[in-house]
Design a protein around this ligand. Structure first.
Ligand code: HEC
Ligand code: HEC
Length: 226
């Protein structure tokens, strides 16, 4: 209570009010009413900010991703529809990951979509980190696919700039070790709820038809893209 009073008199000083007599009390009452009126919306904004800070403890301060004990994927610049669909996939057991299942379960539906939109505006430089020698091969696979192995060009869906669209994820700037482990483990992590088939099915054949060295080549190529 005394803290709050001090806070209010600080505000009075900043606004240039002299605290004498009934006029000061009236002004104090007006300020108090104004603060009460804005509090519900700032409350929601505060909640979103608190959640965002929580996401960033793992996904990096600018959503750029993080090389930890296991790789934390980049979320910066990611398509909101993709993020939202993946958060739902963790909740609905379509996508398997213990950490994110626990994180996503605690989010309300409105918070889920607010969070999904938050990362779109972030644009930190990519962390990169893939083997440089693979980049030329990776670029060719990305743009032309591997026709003899029935692998389509990645650019056909993920875009020539690898920025994705709607439920198709951005790959530009993604951490290469995350990228690699997702494709190698695709059919044991995605599309895991047989009663809810989803968009992960389109990547199944491609993940199988690429060799491991082809996967690391594409991973190295996209990890450096902005
Ligand atoms: C304790 C660490 C941790 C926290 C906190 C965390 N995440 Fe994650 N997140 C991960 C890991 C690890 C993965 C990779 C899962 C995998 O390999 O499939 C991931 C994956 C994701 C993905 C999938 C990305 C992709 O490219 O498919 C999304 C979306 C995501 N997190 C969003 C969030 C949001 C939003 C928050 C905050 C509410 C959050 N995460 C908080 C660790 C965390
Ligand atoms: C027919 C369209 C299509 C083509 C072609 C395609 N993808 Fe995808 N890709 C998708 C969709 C849709 C998803 C999201 C799947 C989901 O919802 O789980 C995805 C997801 C991914 C992911 C997971 C990203 C993450 O953040 O977890 C990687 C990695 C990926 N694709 C790599 C590739 C590569 C490499 C190629 C080319 C060899 C390729 N894709 C070709 C549609 C496509």
């Amino acid at each position: 209570m005394s803290l709050q009073r001090n806070g209010e008199s600080e505000i009075m000083k900043i606004l240039g009010f002299k605290q004498t007599g009934w006029k000061a009390h009236l002004k104090m009452a007006i300020i108090a009413a104004a603060f009460a009126a804005v509090s519900p919306s700032t409350g929601q904004a505060d909640e979103l900010q608190a959640k965002v800070q929580y996401c960033k403890t793992c996904h990096g301060l600018s959503g750029q991703g993080y090389h930890g004990y296991f790789p934390m994927p980049r979320l910066a610049g990611q398509q909101p529809q993709y993020i939202e669909n993946q958060l739902r996939a963790f909740i609905e057991h379509r996508r398997k990951n213990l950490i994110m299942a626990n994180v996503a379960h605690a989010l309300s539906p409105s918070m889920l979509s607010a969070l999904a939109h938050h990362f779109k505006g972030l644009n930190p430089p990519p962390l990169g980190g893939g083997p440089r020698g693979d980049v030329t091969t990776g670029k060719r696979i990305y743009e032309e696919g591997v026709p003899e192995s029935n692998v389509p060009a990645c650019s056909a869906c993920h875009g020539t700039d690898a920025h994705g669209q709607d439920q198709i994820p951005r790959l530009a700037g993604q951490l290469p070790d995350y990228f690699y482990s997702k494709l190698v483990n695709w059919t044991s992590e995605r599309g895991q709820n047989t009663s809810m088939p989803d968009s992960s099915a389109v990547m199944g054949p491609t993940s199988h038809n690429l060799t491991k060295s082809q996967i690391s080549a594409v991973a190295a190529y996209v990890s450096n893209l902005r």
